[in-house]
Every structure is written in structure tokens, then in C-alpha cells.
Ligand binder design. Sequence first.
Ligand SMILES: Nc1ncnc2c1ncn2[C@@H]1O[C@H](COP(=O)(O)OP(=O)(O)OP(=O)(O)O)[C@@H](O)[C@H]1O
Ligand SMILES: [Mg+2]
Length: 372
Amino acid sequence: MNPFSYGTIVKEPYYYNRYEECKRIVSTLAGGNNLVLFAPRRYGKTSLVFRAIEELEKRKFTCIYFDFLPVYSRESFIESYSKAILKKQNNLEKAVKKIAGLIKGIRPKLVFDQMSNPEFSLDFTDEKVSEKTLEDILDLPENLASKEKKYIIIFDEFQEINKLNGENFENLLRSKIQQQKNVNYLFLGSRTHLLNDMFNNKSRAFYNSAMLMQIETLPKNETIEFLKDRFLQSNITIDEPVALNLIDQAGNIPYYIQLLAAEIWQYIVALHQVVSNEVVSLCVERIVDLKNDYYFELYDRQSAYQKKIFKALLISGENVFSSEYTKRHRLSATSTTQKAILGLIESGIIEKVSANYFIADPFFKRFLSRYA
Ligand SMILES: Nc1ncnc2c1ncn2[C@@H]1O[C@H](COP(=O)(O)OP(=O)(O)OP(=O)(O)O)[C@@H](O)[C@H]1O
Ligand SMILES: [Mg+2]
């Protein structure tokens, strides 16, 4: 079995570090505060939060994890949110009855699947979901919680509530959250600039409503130890400088580190070799080749000016709006650059950390440099 794992929520032995962060999440929420967790894509937010959930459940909190990504309407929110809440109830039948009395405008019911397992489903009684129904569902955790049985709601990809547009939903949720005594909230998401705007913009409902926490990349020395250990399981050796090179090639981003390491393992496992820099480079190219069609389409979709910006970013992502940068890369007016960069951030192709802009996927970066 490949000793590396990527693309899903990871646990030990595929998970390391972030113990302090986990403690902080647990103590903030257990202490009755709300928290928002920031980090660019694929840094390990969801995995970290699942670890925190385990801890919180040990302390008898009821944790409801809810992902906003698949939500596309008020109805779909109500349906999947109530399902997520019901999943955590011991007596499903009793809970369904209770919910029927608590939420106006829905008719919840239990159906049985082919294996005779009970499943929850609901009908809407009115043609259009009313504000009241939405209010009731947002109050549901508070109505099920008690002083002895507190709830913690985890909203992943929270920036997606923009889809439900908008402000109305945001305002309503904010006011509900403020009133609730036995429920706390953890917000996280991968579109840092959108989340940032929600929580740091004075004119937005969630301004100042939660403590902020940022997670960074994993410390390189621990990543090196992790790589050495995991490769050693299959009698493969990797020296420190090569491990460092692997980390750099993967942009020091947890997901890409494990993706590249998994590819290297697959390439080398039968040979029981030492991982060399040549092998690292070869595997980087293999990954880029595998994704070539996808990357090509992605590249093709961008405007000519955005392609020009890619070229500039391959060289540097610092001071991109300075006159020197503009001159050096023959860019247009700052406002044009800003617009193009914003578009690339919106589509998740580039990320901004501190004042530095970079291409989010290190293998797409490598793809681009083939043509630069
Ligand atoms: N603590 C960790 N130790 C080792 N690898 C990790 C860790 N956290 C994350 N990873 C790697 O990163 C991958 C992505 O993790 P996860 O889905 O938790 O990140 P995310 O920030 O929620 O990503 P997204 O932005 O796509 O939602 C994992 O599959 C794993 O390969
Ligand atoms: Mg995630």
C-alpha cells in the first residue's frame, strides 16, 4: 500500500503536526467562542478540523460537520443541513417527530432503503421556502442543545453562502448565531479572500463575530522526518536534501507533497532504491504529463492578459502592482492587472499569502514553465 495519501481527509499515519492548532481550536470552541479558520487551498484545514471534532466529541460536544460546497439553493441547504443534524441524533424516529414540530413549512419523514435502513427525507409544504422555515432550521441546533449537551457546528467552505445570496441569508444567520447560547460555530473555507471579506469587512454581517486563526504550511523539518519514515516502511531511503527538494517542488503545500511522494513511491517501490533528485524531477514531469489535458484546457480558458501575468508570476509574485514590476513584465495599467489577478484568484488559480501572489498548483506552474 502506498504510504502516502492525498485528496481525502487524512488521519495518522498520514497526518503529522498541527497538534497545537488542534488544541487551540478545541479550547476556543469549548470555551464558548466562535472561530474562523483561514488557509489557502489544500493546506489541511478539513483534516485538522476532523481531528478537533474527535477531541470535542470526547468532551461530549455534539459536532455537526456541514459542507457548503454542494449547496445550491435555500431548499438544498435546508434539506442537507437537517440531514446532517439528524445524523447525530440517537433516536431517529423521535428526532423526526420533534423536528416536524419545530420547523414550519417542511414535512419530515423516515423512509427505508433497500437494506431496511431508515433514512431521512423531507417535503416542502409551501411552494416557496419562507423566511420562517429558514429561521427555524437555523435555530434547530439551539433547540436540540442544552447546557449539558452543547453543539458545535462546523461550516466548511463557508464562503459559498454567497451563492445563497446573499446578504439576507448572511444577516439572518449572523443574528441567529448571536442569540444562541448552547451552540458555537467553526467556519472554514479555502477561498481566503472571500472569507476574509466576510469577517474583516465592517459592512458585512459577520464582521468581528468570530476569533480568527490562520494555519500555515507544515514545518519543513517535520515534513522531512515524515517523508523519511514513510519511505523507510518500504525500505526506500530519501536523504534530507532530496526531501527538501521534493518539498520545494510541491510548493511546500501538504496536498502536493503527498501527491508527489506517492508518485515517487509508486515509481521506485519495486526497485528498493534511494530517492534521488533525478527521480523527484522525473516524477514531477510524470504528474504534469498526466494532467496535461486538464492544464491545457485551463490555460486555454484564460485571457491573453492573464497568460501574460502567468509568465510574470513564474518569475516573481512580489510587488506585482509596483511600477518596476509593471515595466519589467511589460504589463498594462495597474487597474488592468488588478482585475486580471482578481479573476485568477476568484477561479482559484492563483493564491495570495501575505503580499505574495503565486500559482496555487505547483504542477500547473511547472506546466506553464514548459511553455514560457
Ligand atoms: N496534518 C497533515 N499531515 C500530513 N498531510 C496532510 C495534513 N493535512 C493535510 N494533508 C495533506 O493535504 C491533503 C488535503 O487535506 P485537506 O483536505 O484536509 O485540506 P483542505 O485545506 O481542507 O483542502 P481544500 O482546500 O481542498 O478543502 C490531504 O489529503 C493530505 O494529503
Ligand atoms: Mg477542505
